[in-house]
Design a protein around this ligand. Structure first.
Ligand code: CP
Length: 306
């Protein structure tokens, strides 16, 4: 399914041209004047907790001159049973020009997109997608590899490690990385990295030790206890799939460590790996406002022109 230009709901189905335009716009974000969204109100509809995504969408909107309002599940009429579609329509009727949606429901961002005609951006919906996170990851990795001129990641191999089946970050990254020419390898225990994921265009491995030395980046995923990721014994998980200091030492020269955050230090990633020389974790966070400014501007401009 291809999203209309005023929507950023998923990377899967997005053209390579649109992915590269968004990345180029984020790369060149320092050229923005600061009044591109003057007079526009952006509503953050966050029905699930967030630090990075919520703050960086807010900073991005403010940087473009927009006004930002925050709506959360607790304290809004969603807690009285109002549907997210009705909440979205209600907020749009007040003159809001863009809705940024995070929710636990897979496909919830599309429910909002179908309810309104203003810009809608998915800030992570259940197990479905987290498109701006994948754009952040692609921008950060392209910069680290010196590929940010054309965002051509051919020949690059990235291991995505953890509960890939339940991860919206994995789903968006598989789509984004493969669109840019990279190979994605989903790695985890069979319940978290089942063969069925190959239908998304990635490779699957249940043996991190066989993969860690052959990739250009390892992206550790957070174990999502709130989405009932069952890891059995934490010690056993870390032993087999944790990005430990010993495993990081077996990575290729020049290979990078990534994590979308928030991190469970000592479980999916060791603290000294997260903070080490190979780590792109804070560079990923720093790219957030640029990517989200590019995404907001693109979606609002498309709605203005339609
Ligand atoms: N990566 C990410 O979505 O982090 P937050 O949950 O803090 O927004």
């Amino acid at each position: 399914m291809t999203d209309p230009a005023g929507r950023l709901l998923q990377i899967r189905g997005m053209s390579g041209d649109r992915v590269r335009k968004l990345l180029a716009s984020a790369r060149d974000a320092s050229a923005l004047r600061g009044d591109e969204l003057a007079g526009v109100s952006v509503a953050n509809l966050f029905f699930e907790d967030s630090t990075r995504t919520r703050v960086s969408f807010t900073l991005a909107a403010q940087r473009l001159g927009a006004h930002v309002v925050d709506v959360s599940g607790k304290g809004s009429s969603v807690s009285k049973g109002e549907s997210i579609g009705d909440t979205a329509r209600t907020i749009e009727a007040m003159g809001v020009g863009a809705l940024v949606v995070r929710c636990a429901q897979s496909g919830g961002a599309r429910v909002v997109g179908d309810a309104v005609s203003c810009a809608v951006l998915n800030a992570g919906d259940g197990r479905h997608e987290h498109p701006t996170q994948a754009l952040i990851d692609a921008l950060t990795l392209s910069r680290a590899l010196g590929r940010e001129a054309g965002f051509d990641l051919s020949g690059v191999r990235v291991a995505i490690v953890g509960d890939c089946a339940a991860s919206r970050v994995a789903r968006s990254n598989i789509a984004c990385l493969t669109t840019l020419g990279a190979e994605a390898v989903c790695c985890g225990p069979p319940g978290m990295a089942p063969r069925g994921l190959e239908a998304l265009g990635c490779r699957v491995s249940n043996d991190l030790d066989a993969v860690v030395g052959e990739v250009d980046a390892v992206m550790a995923l957070r174990i999502q206890f709130e989405r009932s990721s069952s890891i059995g014994s934490a010690r056993e998980y870390r032993d087999r799939f944790g990005l430990t200091r010993e495993r990081a030492q077996r990575m290729r020269r020049g290979a990078w460590v990534m994590h979308p955050g928030p991190m469970n230090r000592g479980l999916e990633i060791d603290g000294e790996v997260a903070d080490g020389e190979r780590s792109l974790v804070l560079r990923q966070v720093s790219a957030g406002p640029d990517v989200r400014a590019a995404a907001l501007l693109s979606c609002v401009n498309a709605c203005r022109q339609s």
